[in-house]
Design a protein around this ligand. Structure first.
Ligand code: 13P
Length: 245
């Protein structure tokens, strides 16, 4: 068991600054017993893949379209991602659901496409603040898992629990709140799949989150943009997992 520490750069880092990031972090990350994955914007992927070659840093994309090719202006397929050296792909991030109107049906198609091409999908799920306050967190989680994973081989999927009220707000779910949902997901899926936590993860709270029994790693937004804070989160994960063994 080792921590899975992922950085979702969202719409940040150009090909030039992304390369610089990897240049700084890869010597320090060498030999660390962790899965480290960076998710740059599409255009930044090739320079990050190039700079990460020979290191233990893997690269993912933030989205994909399920068709193989054709008249789909602005979209990128699994085949294209594989061709540039991508191994992972985030699917169903709450920003895609809420800003770009992605439905659970589309997310299900994307998951199936990613898996059929051998990409490793990271499926994001999570509740709105109003849903949590109404005591409907687990209902929402169950609904998303049921619809997004319909006819999908769950053993090929990594789940990221990202409560929407905790994303980019500085309000992290407490370790207990996160653990409660993670253990629910783990029981619900009845399988040994990886479950990451995302939402205002920082070097200061990463250890307390990752030391929880059902938290297998983190998906970090803002704090993954600077090499030193991302690196400190990896170290926090290593410390937490040493204690969990
Ligand atoms: P922040 O860490 O900036 O809250 O973002 C979390 C996230 O959305 C990761 O996918």
């Amino acid at each position: 068991m080792r921590p899975f520490v992922a950085g979702n750069w969202k719409m940040n880092h150009t090909p030039t600054s992304g390369r610089q990031f990897v240049k700084e972090i890869s010597p320090k990350a060498k030999g660390l017993d962790a899965d480290i994955v960076i998710f740059p914007p599409f255009v930044t992927i090739p320079s990050v893949v190039d700079e990460a070659r020979g290191s233990n840093i893997k690269v993912g994309a933030q989205n994909l379209f399920w068709e193989k090719k054709g008249a789909f202006t602005g979209e990128v397929s699994a085949e294209m991602l594989l061709d540039v050296g991508v191994e992972y792909v985030i699917i169903g991030h709450s920003e895609r659901r809420n800003i770009f109107g992605e439905t659970d049906e589309l997310i299900n198609l994307k998951l199936k496409s990613a898996i059929s091409y051998g990409l490793k999908p990271v499926l994001c799920i999570g509740e709105h603040l109003a849903e949590r306050e109404a005591g409907r967190t687990m209902d929402k989680i169950k609904f998303q898992l049921d619809s997004d994973l319909s006819n999908v081989d769950i053993n090929k999927v990594i789940i990221a629990y990202e409560p929407i009220w905790a994303i980019g707000t500085g309000k992290t779910a407490s370790p207990d709140q996160a653990e409660e949902v993670h253990s629910f997901i783990s029981e619900f899926l009845g399988s040994k799949i990886k479950i990451l936590y995302g939402g205002s993860v920082k070097p200061e709270n990463a250890y307390q989150l990752m030391v929880q029994p059902h938290i297998d790693g983190v998906l970090v937004g803002g704090a993954s943009l600077k090499p030193h804070s991302f690196y400190d989160i990896i170290l926090a994960g290593l410390k937490a997992f040493k204690e969990k063994k």
